[in-house]
Design a protein. Sequence first.
Length: 429
Amino acid sequence: MRTSQSFGVHFTVKKDKVKDGIACVYAVITINKDKVIFALKQRVNVEQWDKGHGGLKAKVPEANKINAYLEQVKFTITSYYQQLQLDGKEITPQLLKACFLGEDTEETYNLSTLMDYHQETASAALTWSTLKHYAVTRRYLEKFLKAKYNTTDYRIKDIDYKFIVDFETYLRNHKPADHFQPLNNNGVMKHLIRLRKMTTLAFKLQWIAKDPFKNYKFRYKKVETAFLSANELKALENYDIASDTLEAIRDYFLFACYTGLSFVDLMNLHDGNVVRGEDGEKWLKLFRQKSHEATNLPLLAPALAIMNKYKDNPRSVALNKIFPTITNQKVNVYLKEIAKIVGIKKKLTFGVARHTFATTITLANNVPIETVSKMMGHTKIATTQIYARVLLKKISEDMHVLREKLEPDAPKRKANRKANTNSHLKRVS
């Protein structure tokens, strides 16, 4: 959003307001493309008005007096503008109008000021990747303001329910000019959540008097993230990948499948994160970058094997890292290529790896959800339940145990039925 401003004051008459050839003079204050028009206590003959100069024609007897008054009005408004600039305040045409008319000039704040303040204060607490999402939302807001209001900024106090709904509509209808996919429903909701965090911050700072999102309801669509089955995981492990780069990305993905680590946590691992647990085995001990939650993970054999594969890598040793570090810019592209090579139809991401750990590796093998939640660094069981996929195989196994408890003779009757069926088939043949 802009930090520099274009400023101007001029005067006009409205021909639709003419009565008996006389019309009121209006002052027009413009800042960038935002403007305000208000009536002055001066009336003129419209036939004597010089539209080009914004005043009475020079030969008119009253020209000197009226034009001098208009110059004084312009000088006064310009003085207010310069003083507000010196005070470092956000200047709007509405504020200058209020100053000139002696109205309530309570300080107003714009979206750009709010988002700049959030950037400054949140940069120490939020990761770069999270702040990057706020920057994307800001760009969408700029495009929306340009399309809807032909401006680049907006007063926070003017954000209301209609503004929010109009922004939602714009996001849903927006068609990116580049290769990116249009926003889906949940993508739209995420941008609105970030806008709400901005207005909530403004409310706490007492920059606005009420919450514009009070009556707005967020609507999320349930989306099930994919995970790899045991067979798919085994196929990925056993495939001989020719490319060293793709092999490394595959190894990182598999390590995430067996630990539940995010990509950024995996890249941050160093020797100090590997400790001996109370059971004498190797564990990972770390703080999650996203949640800052302490996490303790017993290392399974496949994860240990992958770690040992890279322990003597020169790049790992030089940086005191468990794995050679890479940027995540092309990781998902590489994973897509790996899935195609191996024959996995699902879209591979590190989110899929995390879900695989929660579902295929742990919950499907009867690890209690409380334990899984702790290993994944979740603060609430409810968060882990999102990952808690109940597999058909698990349902079958659980119901088989239940049948044996409720019907002790069930296995025997099943064996008898099978034996009778085989006997019948032999007689028929």
